[in-house]
Write a protein that binds this ligand. Structure first.
Ligand code: NAP
Length: 277
């Protein structure tokens, strides 16, 4: 088994992004990502700081817009303003949202051209139609890792566990677009282990620590663990039992250090692409 080094992949992407930033800055364009934060959620604040750090390193301007206890219309208004602001190239809205605020409604106010985390339902529709759009950065990270690891996808059997709008569905669409034969599993799936054991490529996005064990994995499969579950000691655990699965898998992403860093790097790559127009 070979572990997949997400940090090294992120570093390679970041180097490419830096070149794009330098070319833009030479034309007096400062690529700018606006991050709307509608709560004081601690995990969100941690994630936003990590985006700011990564952006700072490559020269992308990260503009954090903190709203306190906003109503849905406050969020949609802020997203409309950022979408109309010519100095902003990428716009993301952090979740969780305040109680009663509808994700689809607010995400619909991010202009598709600036929707660098693929949150607007129009972006997902375009992805489904095979049209150019920004995929959610996490789903894009899954595919980026598979490409960089030279995993053959055409004709491969791919199984995605999880069907959320932000990870599972777009990851499945991206895999279909790469000509994989894709099965999507979820909480109603009967005999999950029988389905996952078919996978050449297994993508897991459930949100339950250690949910996938060796019995779910075909020997030699490539396993991409999207899960990020907080642990009691302040760390992060994946959805996959790393040691047990690593013993049978062909390769596997760790948590932390797998999908997470690649996601952030792609958010910046999307922002630079949006600034390039
Ligand atoms: P989510 O919206 O809660 O979706 C979880 C999915 O898992 C649902 O589709 C659910 O099925 C399915 N599921 C739940 N129990 C199951 C079971 N017993 N058997 C099979 N499927 C089951 O979560 P998410 O937003 O997709 O996130 C998933 C994980 O990825 C979380 O740990 C999250 O923190 C992590 N994440 C990581 C990144 C990153 O950058 N690394 C980014 C985003 C999310 P139903 O649809 O039937 O309920």
């Amino acid at each position: 088994m070979s572990p997949i080094d997400g940090r090294a992949i992120a570093k390679a992407i970041t180097a490419e992004v830096s070149e794009g930033v330098a070319a833009l800055r030479a034309r007096d364009v400062v690529p700018t990502l606006a991050v709307l934060v509608p709560t004081r959620d601690e995990a969100t604040a941690w994630y936003v700081r990590s985006i700011q750090r990564a952006a700072g390193k490559v020269g992308v301007d990260c503009r954090v817009v903190q709203l306190d206890d906003p109503a849905e219309r406050d969020i949609t208004r802020a997203l409309d303003e950022l979408s109309a602001d010519a100095s902003v190239h990428g716009v993301i809205c952090q979740t969780p949202l305040p109680e009663g605020v509808r994700l689809d409604e607010v995400a619909g106010h991010i202009a598709p051209a600036k929707d660098v985390d693929g949150a607007n339902p129009l972006s997902l529709g375009r992805l489904a139609a095979g049209l150019p759009s920004y995929a959610p950065a996490t789903a894009a990270a899954v595919l980026e890792i598979l490409h960089r690891e030279a995993v053959p996808l055409a004709g491969a059997r791919a199984v995605v566990v999880g069907r959320s709008t932000v990870v599972g569905k777009p990851a499945a669409l991206l895999l279909v677009n790469e000509h994989a034969t894709v099965t999507v599993c979820h909480s109603r799936t009967k005999d999950l282990a029988a389905a996952t054991a078919e996978a050449d490529v297994l993508v897991v996005a459930v949100g339950r620590a250690g949910f996938i064990g060796a019995e779910h994995v075909r020997p030699g499969a490539v396993v991409i663990d999207v899960g990020t579950n907080p642990t009691a000691d302040g760390g992060l655990a994946g959805d996959v039992q790393y040691d047990a699965v690593a013993a049978v898998a062909g390769s596997i992403t760790p948590v932390p250090g797998g999908v997470g860093p690649v996601t952030t790097a792609l958010l910046l790559r999307h922002t630079v692409a949006a600034a390039e127009g």
